[in-house]
Write a protein that binds this ligand. Structure first.
Ligand SMILES: [Zn+2]
Length: 210
C-alpha cells in the first residue's frame, strides 16, 4: 500500500501522517525530515541537500529518488509519503515505478496556512517542534523537554513563508490535476479538527481494495 499526503505547509499533513502510520503500522516517509537529518549529520548527501535548500530551491530529483528507493526497499506493510512528490516529474516517476493506492489532498487556504506557518517554533537545543496556535509550550518561549529557548526557523519568517506558498502553487498544485485524472485523489478540508480530518482520511483508506 502506498498513500501520498499532499497539501500546503501548515495543512497538518505531518500530524495526519503520524496518526495514520501509527494506526496502520505503515512507514512514514517524511522527506523534509530525512533531509534535515542528513544536513545535521553533515554527510556528503546532506551537504548537497543544504546547498539546494539554502538557495530556496527544490532538492534535485536524483537525490530524492535515491532517498525514496532506499526506504521503499525495506519490507513494510505500507508506506505513507509526506512531502513527495513535489513536482510532475516526481509524480510520473512514482506512478511509473510503484503502485500508488490513494493521494490525500489536505485543502487549506493561503491565509490560514500563512498564519499557521508563522506560529511555528522549534527548540534551539533539542529541535522539538511547537506551534504557538495549535501546540504551545507549557511556559511561553521555553521548551517543555529541555527548557531552552524556542526560536523560529529562518524560513518561518514572512519572506520565507510567502516564497514557499508561491513555490507550492507553482510546482505542487499541478499534481492535483495529475492525480485527479488518474482517479487517485481524495480531497479533505484541512480547516477542521485533527480528529475529524483523521476520521475522513481513514474512511477513504478503508475503502481501498488491494
Ligand atoms: Zn528542547
Amino acid at each position: 500500500m502506498i498513500i501520498v499526503l499532499m497539501g500546503i505547509q501548515g495543512c497538518g499533513k505531518g500530524t495526519q501522517a503520524k496518526l495514520l502510520s501509527k494506526h496502520y503500522s505503515w512507514q512514514h516517509i517524511n522527506l523534509g525530515g530525512m533531509f534535515r537529518k542528513a544536513i545535521a549529520n553533515k554527510s556528503k548527501i546532506g551537504k548537497e541537500i543544504k546547498h539546494y535548500i539554502d538557495a530556496g530551491k527544490l532538492v534535485a530529483d536524483e537525490i530524492v529518488y535515491e532517498t525514496i528507493e532506499n526506504t521503499l526497499g525495506k519490507k513494510k506493510k505500507g508506506f505513507l509519503f509526506d512531502g513527495f512528490p513535489r513536482t510532475l516529474a516526481q509524480a510520473h516517476y512514482l506512478v511509473e515505478n510503484h503502485v500508488v493506492n490513494k493521494v490525500i489532498y489536505l485543502d487549506l487556504d493561503d491565509d490560514t496556512a500563512r498564519a499557521r506557518m508563522g506560529a511555528r517554533r522549534v527548540c534551539s537545543n533539542c529541535n522539538k517542534d511547537y506551534n504557538i496556535l495549535s501546540k504551545p509550550p507549557k511556559v511561553e518561549g521555553k521548551c517543555d523537554v529541555c527548557q531552552h529557548d524556542l526560536i523560529r526557523r529562518t524560513d518561518d519568517y514572512l519572506e520565507g513563508i510567502n516564497k514557499r506558498i508561491h513555490l507550492f502553487h507553482e510546482q505542487t498544485k499541478p499534481l492535483y490535476d495529475f492525480f485527479k485524472q488518474r482517479d487517485l485523489l481524495f480531497v479533505v478540508d484541512a480547516n477542521q479538527e485533527i480528529e475529524v480530518i483523521n476520521k475522513q482520511i481513514m474512511e477513504a483508506i478503508d475503502l481501498i481494495e488491494e
